[in-house]
Write a new protein. Sequence first.
Length: 260
Amino acid sequence: MGAIWQLWLILIPTGIAAGIVSTATGLASLVSYPILLAIGLPPVAANVTNTYALFFTGVGATVSSQKELHGHGKDLLVILPLTLIGCVTGALILFAIPASTFQKIVPFFILLAAIVVLLPRRTTPLATISGQTETGRAKFIKVLTWAGIFLVGVYSGYFGAASGVLMLSLLAVISPLPFAQYNAEKNITLGLANLISAIVYATKTTIQWSYIIPLAIGFLIGGFVGPKIVRLIPERTIKIIIGIGAFILAGSLFVQAYLQ
């Protein structure tokens, strides 16, 4: 019984911190994944546990972000199907291809995302998500964007670390919305993606409920608090925090993939 309470005392605060970081910056794995490894879970089990708990970040963020989500259903009708189909694909790939294969290119994805997030935004987006801007160049970029959103879904289902940053980097280029609004779209989309991944994982591996439940409680609280913090902090400040965190995570994953 003592060991169970110790686990809860570690994982609930971890989940709260990771939930806030997830909804505000997309970098939950910078907090929760290393803790899960540190308390003894192997990498795949830690990834699955993290994914299950992350769904509750999406729940908390969706409840807390009604103001930001209002009126953006058309964008979500594009983002959600592409992400979720990609997510199912990625979750199935996880059990067919060793994670170490993908881990060797993940640091470079995250590094690129960090650079994109830190770049100054154009005053007009290259192409809107749902396609209102329809010049020839914008149509081409829209197709590339759809492919990118699908691939972020694949990545989210397969490995997931910093998938929020990858999605934010895409939306920063194409969305005409303020950061708080497209960040809310990211939160609900990846929350549902985590649910889909969790369903697939349940058919493939043992689920560590004793770890998931306390972590999920923390993620739910952190997910609710995070969007409120985003409203209070200037967009540029948040993006700098995201960029720095992504650079740190990219460096950490590079060391794990190539130097250990």
